[in-house]
Design a protein around this ligand. Sequence first.
Ligand code: GSH
Length: 257
Amino acid sequence: MGIPDADIFPNATGNALKTVEAHQNPADVTLYAGWFCPFVQRTWIALEEKGIPYQYKEENPYHKDKEFLKLSPKGLVPALVYKGRPIHESLVINEFLEDAFPDTKPLLPVDPYERAQIRIAIDHVTKSIIPTFFKVLQSQEKDVQQAALKSLYEAFNAFAARFIGDGPFFAGKDLSLADLALIPWIGRLYIIEKNRGFDISNTDAKFQAWAKYVTELESFKKTTSDYVHYEQIYGRYLRNEAQSEAAKATRAGGIIP
Ligand code: GSH
């Protein structure tokens, strides 16, 4: 028997496929990506927003290819290679792009206090939102699902309560790394709407307006595949059969790697 999660649809489709096809030429930046991966999409959107030339390489992270493990120690996507040197972890990669390409569109404000606010929001996404999202997906008992949904609404509202300014983005009129940390999961809310009774009208109006706005971004659409293929992947989470590192950590009640 193969690795249970390795049998995923092999490549991007729809809008994302067009973007992949437009990024096949070698460049200083190579993105090792899984078309389906929300962590990848954070970095993919950053590259698109900043207009940084990059080569897209599809990597199935469940195969744990030896060569790929040299770039990303746990074999997780995304990994990025810049002029021959590898970096992993989506949030670290996004900060790296900010530092290494200062002449591109900034995704952090200039003011140090506001930058700190953005990093606090990202920490909230990591510690409260993503683990709760996985819990909603993987829980099998109705009462546990309901409790997780309630926590998810609260975590979304807490994110919106931290907004700097009056929108439409987290930090006001400009897109920032705080938005990028969460946008891919907003694009996957339809999975829990369909299967777990998630209803965005249970969140504050501020959060709802933000979620609507960010999923209309061109860079989000350009990095999104056809919905039908995500459903195949998330089916394994919904049945609590997924064997990804994130799924195992959720089951064990531990920290998502
Ligand atoms: N903390 C990592 C990041 O932010 O880059 C998480 C990356 C991650 O979990 N990626 C998933 C993966 O590579 C795909 S969405 N999974 C392979 C596995 O779990 O073995």
